[in-house]
Design a protein around this ligand. Structure first.
Ligand code: TTP
Ligand code: MG
Length: 228
């Protein structure tokens, strides 16, 4: 349920809960990281609504966007924005919530990329931006920590090929390089957009076994964020 506080809509009684967003390039290992932490009691995990982006009432906006970004970029990104907002606002059932990405990266990384690369018309960008600004100015979307899984584009490219999601088959390495740079400017160099929470960087080029070690080494830092 939503109520109003300082002019913003807020979820009731959930201000003491911890919200952690897992961020990183496509195929950087976000879902695997979330699956690992889902085994911990007290942690609720929300994976990304990517299945919805591939099938909304029988349509596949993700596939359409990859086929023709100029035509379908707005369609996909409008739907991504809605589904991410829904994730941010859904009632939290455990003391700690970990979620895959955020409404912020959808806008600051993916919409920005479509626009800068000339694939999103000005009018589409402006309409999406006004929606995003309205949402973030009028609805409280608290995030306590961003965990950035930092990879090289090459690693993501290899994982992407292994994973073989139909829609992503045509993604060139240059696309991953651009997404990588947008992430670095946002979360490391802090030269592009506002960062909504402290950032914990976890190097994520390692094999799955070593990644699990990394997560365990960082467990305290991730889960104790509110007490530090
Ligand atoms: P990711 O959000 O990177 O999810 P993933 O499951 O590929 O990552 P990981 O392996 O780390 O768990 O991307 C899902 C797909 O959606 C990918 O093809 C990129 C695309 N996408 C957009 O086109 N626009 C967006 O705003 C977002 C968030 C994703
Ligand atoms: Mg994933």
């Amino acid at each position: 349920m939503l109520s109003s506080s300082q002019g913003k809509l807020v979820r009731n009684g959930e201000d003491k809960k911890l919200v952690i967003c897992i961020e990183g390039n496509i195929a950087s290992g976000k879902t695997t990281c979330l699956e690992h932490f889902s085994k911990t009691s007290d942690i609720e995990v929300l994976t990304e609504p990517v299945s919805k982006w591939r099938n909304v009432q029988g349509h596949n906006p993700l596939g359409l966007m990859y086929q023709d970004p100029s035509r379908w970029g707005l369609t996909l990104q409008t739907y991504v924005q809605l589904t991410m907002l829904d994730r941010h606002l859904s009632p939290i059932s455990a003391p700690i919530r970990m979620m895959e990405r955020s409404i912020f990266s959808a806008k600051y990384i993916f919409v920005e990329n479509l626009y800068r690369s000339g694939k999103m018309p000005d009018v589409d960008f402006v309409v999406l931006t006004e929606w995003f600004d309205w949402i973030t100015q009028n609805i409280s979307l608290p995030v306590d920590l961003i965990v950035y899984l930092q990879t090289t584009p090459q690693t993501c490219y290899e994982r992407l090929k292994e994973r073989c999601r139909e829609e992503e088959k045509m993604i060139p390495i240059e696309y991953l390089e651009t997404i990588h740079q947008l992430y670095e400017d946002w979360l490391i160099n802090k030269t592009s957009f506002e960062v909504p929470a402290p950032v914990l960087v976890i190097p994520a080029d390692h094999d799955p076994q070593k990644m699990l070690h990394q997560y365990e080494e960082n467990r305290e830092k991730i889960l104790m964020v509110k007490n530090t």
